[in-house]
Ligand binder design. Structure first.
Ligand SMILES: Nc1nc2c(ncn2[C@@H]2O[C@H](COP(=O)(O)OP(=O)(O)OP(=O)(O)O)[C@@H](O)[C@H]2O)c(=O)[nH]1
Ligand SMILES: [Mg+2]
Ligand SMILES: [Zn+2]
Length: 327
């Protein structure tokens, strides 16, 4: 799938950020991205015209509005909301007056072509837990690899969690078994019975971890286990909106985990935008392919040359599909 965002979206934002302050006096000149040390709280969840912010040292998040005259938003970038889960912000008298520079961010492609705005799902995370299901929905290496590339480009530690292991029969193939060999930590879990979640807990101890993946793979169910909170994400047996016995997460939410970890639950997504990533810069995010390419014939395009060293490697098809989707 082709990402709708091109490099120009990214560059526009960079340019505005880089504009020396005072260069052009306008109504927007008070709007700037703050330095990390200017923040005094972390955004945990978004609501219409408000965000929940956990102020440093506070026990619980509080709802805060926005001071649009000082928030770097709208004229300065093209984001759908002024802040996102995980953002460090400056709060004064219960109002968010500024947002701090992000150390990383995960941007979701816009759901439709008419929406020109960026949707930042989460920011400032230590690890991305890509949740997939062994079955129901079927495991898709293509989706996992896109998430892995997104994490790698943002220098976020990659963890793959394959959930619903109870649905896999004994001796059945595990196409995800290759990932530990390419530097991705792997946990195999069954959120229903709580199997394998100890390993996952070890991997994210003390970290800010964002849980992403397709809808229905079990992200919220895993968080319920990791939080030790049976009620998290449940609205009772029947979903009040759909009338079905199912509850889908509608927006990102950051929750305090055990051992000083912070866990971010997100709605099911198929993809992250690989914004600003050029075709020629993709290979390095597939470390085993990158290493193999050193032995390819000179100027190998990694396409049809039978002596291409990538051909025999399991993630070659994934690499090519992502490469061909990039501008
Ligand atoms: N068999 C089995 N079912 C599971 C497991 N984990 C979760 N489920 C079921 O899968 C369904 C979806 O689980 P959720 O935790 O809501 O999935 P999600 O990834 O949060 O979904 P979205 O919020 O829509 O993105 C629910 O019916 C769960 O009971 C598991 O380990 N095994
Ligand atoms: Mg969910
Ligand atoms: Zn090659």
């Amino acid at each position: 799938m082709r990402s709708r965002f091109n490099e120009d979206d990214w560059r526009d934002e960079e340019e505005v950020r880089a504009r020396p302050s005072g260069a052009k006096k306008s109504v927007h000149c008070r709007r700037k991205i703050l330095q990390p040390e200017e923040g005094n709280g972390t955004v945990t969840e978004l609501f219409p015209n408000q965000s929940a912010v956990l102020l440093d040292g506070a026990e619980r998040p509080s709802l805060c509005g926005y001071r649009m005259s000082t928030l770097a938003f709208g004229a300065v970038n093209r984001e759908r909301s002024p802040v996102c889960a995980g953002d460090r912000v400056r709060v004064e008298a219960g109002v968010i007056v500024g947002r701090c520079e992000r150390r990383n961010q995960l941007i979701r492609p816009a759901p439709n072509a008419r929406d020109p705005l960026l949707h930042v799902l989460a920011a400032n995370v230590d690890c991305l837990v890509i949740v997939a299901a062994a079955r129901d929905p079927e495991f898709s290496a293509g989706i996992v690899d896109r998430f892995l590339v997104a994490a790698s480009t943002q220098k976020i530690r990659q963890i793959l969690c394959v959930n619903k292991m109870d649905l896999l029969g004994l001796g059945e193939a595990r196409p995800w078994a290759l990932y530990p060999g390419v530097g991705v930590a792997l946990a195999e879990t069954c959120a229903c019975e709580g199997r394998g979640t100890d390993r996952l807990e070890d991997l994210i101890r003390g970290k800010t971890a964002v849980f992403c993946g397709q809808s229905g793979v079990g992200k919220t169910s895993l968080l319920r286990r990791l939080l030790g909170d049976e009620s998290y994400g449940r609205t009772g047996a029947v979903n009040e909106r759909s009338g079905m016995g199912r509850h889908t997460t509608s927006g990102a939410v950051m929750l305090p985990g055990r051992d000083k970890s912070s866990l971010i639950d997100t709605p099911g997504v198929m993809n992250f935008g690989l914004i600003g990533l050029k075709r020629g810069d993709l290979l390095v995010h597939f470390p085993e392919l990158h290493a193999a390419a050193a032995k390819c014939p000179p100027n190998c395009s990694h396409d049809d040359d039978p002596s291409c060293r990538l051909l025999a490697l399991p993630r070659c098809a994934s690499y090519r599909a992502i490469r061909d989707s990039l501008a």
